[in-house]
Design a protein around this ligand. Structure first.
Ligand code: KIV
Length: 264
């Protein structure tokens, strides 16, 4: 990752899309993961408010606060030097342009280089206020986890032509405002492809088919570290929960002298 990505993320992300580069991105929530991921050539690391679920045991992301996001952003930022670090503004922290700006500044002070917000035209004034202050913004359309309670679950978006048109209109507005990219979560693949073709900033899909400009996953899902919930669209690349089980059982056997080695 060259340092210009950090100085003008929106321009660099658009260049990457124009050059056909596919964006590989992941979440991180603490120093160790931030530091490990920073050396792996990812296009972006997100301190996602999904930390409410995978780090704090909440049932969804809606109870995560700006203080919690600051805390985890600071931890990840301590390990990230090269990769673009984006942090989520949590639910209820960007209801007005002034509030959005002051909370975006808090995340930047904690080490984020950009912030992510969920929504389209409904939050355009907030996005414009943050961008006008020189803070890059990553958009998020489709299924919006911060609204999961009103929506009654995690449902695919853009299946009806009306919904697909709304997502497209929101994406066009965000693109024109100058966001660095747009996460498309659980968007019906044809609708995601239509958005991807219509805008100049990259789309980063999660459960939205193969026609986005890149992909993002919660790192716990990729690594098999959250065995209690496995999204249908993820193929885990490791079984860390299983590996932890094996290592801890082996440790217990060593300490208690119950391993087959010590019995022999
Ligand atoms: O909170 C999060 O981790 C996210 C990504 C999964 C897109 O919003």
């Amino acid at each position: 990752m060259d340092s210009s990505t950090l100085s003008d993320p929106a321009a660099i992300m658009r260049q990457k899309k124009a050059g056909g580069h596919r964006l590989a991105t992941l979440t991180a929530y603490d120093y160790a993961f931030g530091r490990i991921l920073d050396d792996l050539g990812l296009d972006l690391i997100l301190v996602g408010d999904s930390l409410g679920m995978v780090q704090l045991g909440h049932r969804d992301t809606t109870q995560v606060t700006i203080e919690i996001m600051e805390h985890h952003t600071r931890a990840v930022a301590a390990g990230v030097r090269k990769t673009l670090l984006v942090s989520d503004l949590p639910a209820g922290s960007y209801t007005t342009p002034d509030q959005a700006l002051s909370n975006a500044r808090r995340l930047v002070a904690a080490g984020a280089k950009a912030v992510k917000v969920e929504g389209g035209n409904d939050i355009l004034p907030q996005i414009q206020a943050i961008l006008a202050d020189g803070i890059p913004v990553l958009g998020h359309l489709g299924m919006l986890p911060q609204h999961v309670r009103e929506e009654g679950g995690y449902h695919i978006k853009g299946e009806s032509s009306e919904e697909a048109e709304t997502i497209l209109a929101d994406a066009l507005a965000l693109d024109e405002a100058g966001v660095l990219g747009i996460v498309l979560e659980l968007v019906q693949p044809d609708a995601a492809e239509a958005v991807t073709m219509a805008i100049s900033c990259p789309t980063i899909g999660i459960g939205s088919g193969e026609f986005c400009d890149g992909n993002i996953l919660v790192i716990h899902d990729l690594l098999g570290l959250f065995p209690w919930f496995k999204p249908r669209f993820v193929t885990p690349k490791a079984d860390l929960a299983g590996a932890i089980g094996e290592a801890v059982r082996s440790y217990c056997d060593d300490v208690r002298g119950t391993s087959s080695d010590s019995a022999a």
